[in-house]
Design a protein. Structure first.
Length: 247
């Protein structure tokens, strides 16, 4: 049976766009109807393949934004001059089809049975797999304590703002805005650095299970900062989305 599930994950299949939701001016969540979806775990990603009329293909990875058991969805940020993300965020409509395969990845995943408090740190669209983890925690009834640190350029760039607000009484969430802050802003300003990590992250002796996701340079800075604070590298899971990202 497991062999069949593995094969299905590796095979390209056609999915249909079931819904498109505007998250921010440059970010859309795309819900997909996937007839032969084998199920996924919180934190995994999938691969999307687009084929042009002349046969040219482009493949990109996208984290799965939904919890296991929910319809498969991805959340895509439009990158200026990008090849694939402008199509997914601007052209794709309900009823359109695209090819995908997955789920992919067995390391950057969270199970409700995993021990320890959770530390979730995201830069920009790096919040996507962490949202799946938060949703899975809620769906599973887990009461594992969570601290979230989320870095965005500006307030309108904060993805899933209302949904993250809904966790207000349940998790400890800290936000930092790197470019501009509104006059009444009570969160942090500037990029995530060692001082901010020391202030908002769990103390190392709590041995938190940590997920860090975002642009490569962001992830590397954060992971180094956490190890500097005494975190065990084996408990710090990282997912790099590529490029520097400028957050
Ligand atoms: C495991 C994994 C999961 C991912 N999940 C998501 C996700 O949930 N949501 C999402 O929006 N993206 C995600 N990405 C990034 C995604 O795969 C693409 O790289 C991204 O959409 C850009 O593709 P593009 O074709 O539009 O840009 P490209 O044509 O590939 O690149 C255009 C320009 O942007 C730069 N660039 C590429 N990637 C990034 C980036 N992430 N940040 C800033 N600049 C970049 C390139 O260096 C290039 O200069 C994920 C990547 C990986 C590896």
């Amino acid at each position: 049976m497991e062999g069949t599930a593995v094969q299905r994950r590796l095979i390209w299949q056609v999915a249909t766009v079931a819904a498109v939701t505007r998250e921010t001016p440059s970010v859309r969540t795309i819900e997909l109807s996937v007839p032969d979806w084998p199920g996924h775990r919180a934190g995994q990603h999938l691969d999307v393949r687009l084929t042009a009329e002349d046969g040219y293909t482009a493949e990109r990875s996208y984290s799965i934004a939904s919890a296991p058991g929910e319809p498969v969805s991805i959340t895509v940020e439009r990158l200026k001059d990008g090849e694939v993300s402008p199509y997914l965020t601007e052209e794709l409509r309900v009823g359109d089809q695209l090819e995908l395969r997955g789920p992919v990845g067995g390391y950057f995943v969270w199970e409700a049975t995993d021990p320890g408090p959770l530390l979730l740190i995201a830069g920009g669209s790096g919040i996507v797999p962490l949202r799946a983890i938060l949703r899975q925690r809620r769906r599973s009834g887990s009461d594992v304590p969570v601290r979230l640190l989320y870095s965005s350029r500006t307030l309108p760039d904060v993805i899933y703002r209302d949904e993250l607000d809904s966790y207000r009484d349940d998790i400890s969430a800290s936000y930092t805005l790197t470019r501009t802050q509104p006059p009444d802003w009570t969160g942090y300003a500037g990029r995530v650095n060692s001082a901010l990590l020391a202030e908002v992250a769990w103390p190392a002796h709590k041995e938190p299970l940590t997920f860090v996701c975002g642009p490569t340079s962001f992830v590397e800075t954060v992971a180094e900062g956490l190890v500097h604070l005494g975190y065990q590298p084996g408990r710090v899971k990282t997912e790099r989305f590529g490029a520097s990202g400028g957050r």
